[in-house]
Design a protein around this ligand. Structure first.
Ligand code: SAM
Length: 663
């Protein structure tokens, strides 16, 4: 049974309040008006999703957030007389009627106007007058208005509506020629014949059809007020002016562009997909520079600790761990078993060869999925340094054994069978190991770091898989917190002057507080935690692309495919970068204050992970974000290509037995 009042409250708090609408009257009015009474029969269960829904005559009831946003822009107050053009379902008029003295609303479709009228009567909303007609001509008999809200998009702001504003009155209207994207405009009457204009960014509405709007066939019937462009230079032009073109990856000038971040403790390098070669090569070029010139010694990546440890052994010329299976055998194998990562690890190995162990750069994994690999590594370590402790550890980890290889079923077992939890056992094991740090580390500090990090991973992973079945933000937050804490342990182990480069997806690196993740879903990430811990000593660098190919699967555990990346969405940051016509660039978001301000307003941003579903791209891969708050800099590659996974054709002879990518 749907708890609609609860869903309504949640919608107001999360989709409206947390996205920046703070006007109490609006929030209260939205808590009061039952949106389920304004949707078509059968759509009630979706009434509190933050999305527009279809209504009769091919029209829509607007998204709740946009309704709130437009009412806030119109600055409506108790006592006001307000005109709405485009009654539709009547929902927006109903919300405004809970705030102001009188609402007048006009709808061109008689059926919609009639239905809305009946809804108002049923709910006892008596301060709304509905009329069927062409709203572009306004409602002269009821003018002047304190505010006019138009919920359909026109070619300009109709003159009749401007003239029916009181002095100080506000007209809010979407305008523009593109059916997929218009600008939300606010026109304020400042005097008898004077008006000011503000632009509130991209929106998408159904067309305003009428004498001072569009004709039925889409052409302009009569020109409204010509649009004065509020900003003299377009955003893509401003991006082009600020863009610093990127040289070839192998050109030292590429890395030199990032010297500006050399004094940071942590430089985090994102990626907009897990299967794009340019993102890996850019990160490799930047990291080479930071290691060679600026004393960075930690490369911490979004891979599982025990798997990355195999690369670490290779790049630092250490012997292989006995009994360890081949790394990176689990889905998604191409993410680390690819030609770009192999080339980078070869570079690290060559460079480390000439150096003392303390000066070498290491390669570490931050992620928690490979629990069975970690259990093997802890047992192997204890077998060598303390066989008695190994026996106890075997017993403790035995609790997890049935699930080691399919840990995602562990959470289900805990939930359904009230199964004895392994939590206590794995935590005790981790604590024991850490308590003996001094004894063990005397034998070999690096090995101890490896084993203790594996023990921590097992404890986090046990928790992660236990709560995964509850869904929601908690398991994501646990994973990102574990990744951040692993990074902290690495920095601590490296001493006060240690510096790290992090490679992970944009969704982990871009500060979550400025994306839908944090705003709507309460999720945090490594980027946010680094900023909170290191302040200006952390640099968050994102990456993006317009089109090309990407290596990704269609489903979890599916085969890797090389997929075409769709051209970026018209209302995305990616499209702004594409329209700059600069094919590869660095955009330093801290340099140009005006550009930063212009980019602040939230837009769509594309996130492709190990799965890419172009067919449902808008719903499954785009989210709202404020780019200049999310990142300190952004790298752009207009056209990109899929990574090349390591296959039999890459088999090498004569490689050391630590080579992590053997076949
Ligand atoms: N405010 C509505 C709600 O809360 O459900 C949503 C309105 S819908 C996005 C836009 C409406 O504007 C449609 O119902 C459409 O028929 C109407 N419309 C378009 N041109 C119009 C015009 N010239 N006069 C009056 N209504 C118009």
């Amino acid at each position: 049974m749907l708890d609609l009042p609860r869903a309504r409250d949640r919608m107001v708090n999360i989709h409206v309040g947390r996205r920046g609408i703070h006007d109490r009257e609006i929030l209260q009015a939205m808590r009061e008006v039952p949106r389920e009474a304004f949707v078509e029969p059968g759509f009630e269960e979706f009434a509190y999703e933050d999305t527009p829904l279809p209504i009769a005559d091919g029209q829509t009831i607007s998204q709740p957030y946009i309704v709130a946003f437009m009412i806030e822009m119109a600055d409506v107050k108790p006592g006001d007389h307000v005109l709405e053009i485009g009654t539709g379902s009547g929902y927006a008029a109903a919300v405004m009627s809970r705030i102001v003295e009188q609402v007048y609303t006009i709808e061109r479709h008689p059926g919609l106007a009639e239905t809305a009228k009946r809804r108002f009567e049923k709910l006892g909303y008596r301060n709304i007058e509905v009329r069927t007609g062409d709203g572009t001509k306004g409602w002269p008999q009821a003018a002047p208005f304190d505010a006019i809200v138009v919920t359909a998009s026109g070619p300009g702001a109709p003159l009749a509506l401007q003239e029916q504003l009181d002095v100080g009155g506000r007209l809010v209207i979407p305008v523009g020629n593109d059916p997929d994207l218009q600008r939300l405009l606010k026109v304020t009457r400042t005097g008898a014949a004077t008006y000011s204009e503000e632009d509130f960014g991209g929106v998408r509405f159904v067309p305003l059809i009428g004498e001072q709007g569009w004709s039925e066939n889409g052409t302009v019937t009569k020109v409204g007020r010509p649009l004065r462009h509020p900003h003299p230079i377009s955003l893509p032009d401003m991006i082009a002016a600020a863009a610093e073109p990127l040289p070839d990856f192998d050109d030292p000038a590429f890395g030199a562009l990032f010297d500006r971040f050399a004094d940071r403790r942590v430089v985090l390098l994102g990626e907009a997909s897990h299967g794009t070669s340019e993102f890996y090569r850019a990160r490799a070029a930047i990291t080479r520079r930071l290691i060679e010139r600026h004393g960075f010694t930690i490369v911490a990546v979004e891979a599982d600790w025990p798997d990355a440890a195999a690369i670490d052994r290779y790049v630092r010329h250490r012997r292989p761990r006995t009994g360890a299976g081949a790394p990176f055998q689990r889905f998604p194998t191409w993410m680390w078993r690819n030609t770009d990562v192999a080339a980078f690890s070869d570079w690290m190995r060559r460079r480390n060869e000439k150096l003392e162990p303390s000066e070498q750069a290491g390669f570490y994994g931050l992620d928690i999925y490979n629990m069975s690999g970690s259990i093997g590594a802890v047992l192997d370590y204890l077998d060598r340094v303390d066989p008695q402790a190994a026996k106890i550890a075997r017993e403790r980890y035995g609790c997890l054994t049935p699930w080691q290889h399919e840990p995602s079923t562990y959470g289900r077992a805990v939930l359904t069978a009230g199964y004895k939890k392994c939590e206590k056992a794995v935590l005790e094991q981790c604590r024991d190991l850490l308590a003996r740090q001094l004894d063990y580390a005397k034998q070999d500090g690096t090995d101890f770091l490896d084993a203790s990090q594996n023990a921590r991973l097992i404890a986090s992973a046990e928790h992660y898989y236990r709560i995964m079945y509850y869904g929601g933000a908690e398991s994501w937050n646990l994973r990102d917190t574990h990744m951040f804490e692993t990074l902290e342990h690495l920095l601590d182990a490296g001493g006060p002057n240690s510096k790290a480069v992090v490679w992970a997806h944009n969704s982990h690196i871009g500060d979550a507080r400025f994306t839908e993740m944090g705003v709507v879903r309460d999720e945090l990430n490594i980027g946010q935690l680094c900023r909170q811990r290191f302040g200006d000593e952390a640099a968050l660098i994102g990456m993006g692309t317009h089109s090309g190919t990407v290596a990704a699967a269609s489903d979890w555990d599916g085969e890797m495919e090389v997929k075409q990346v769709r051209a970026s969405h018209a209302d995305s940051y990616e499209r702004l970068c594409h329209d700059s016509l600069v094919s590869r660039f660095l955009l330093d978001l801290g340099r140009d204050k005006t550009l930063r301000e212009r980019l602040l307003e939230r837009r769509l941003e594309r996130f492709i992970g190990v799965i890419y579903r172009p067919e449902t791209e808008l719903g499954s891969h785009y989210a709202d974000a404020s780019l200049p708050q999310q990142f300190d800099a952004f790298l752009w590659f207009d056209k990109t290509a899929a990574v090349t996974p390591l296959g039999p054709e890459h088999a090498r002879t004569g490689v050391p037995d630590t080579y992590p990518f053997g076949l």
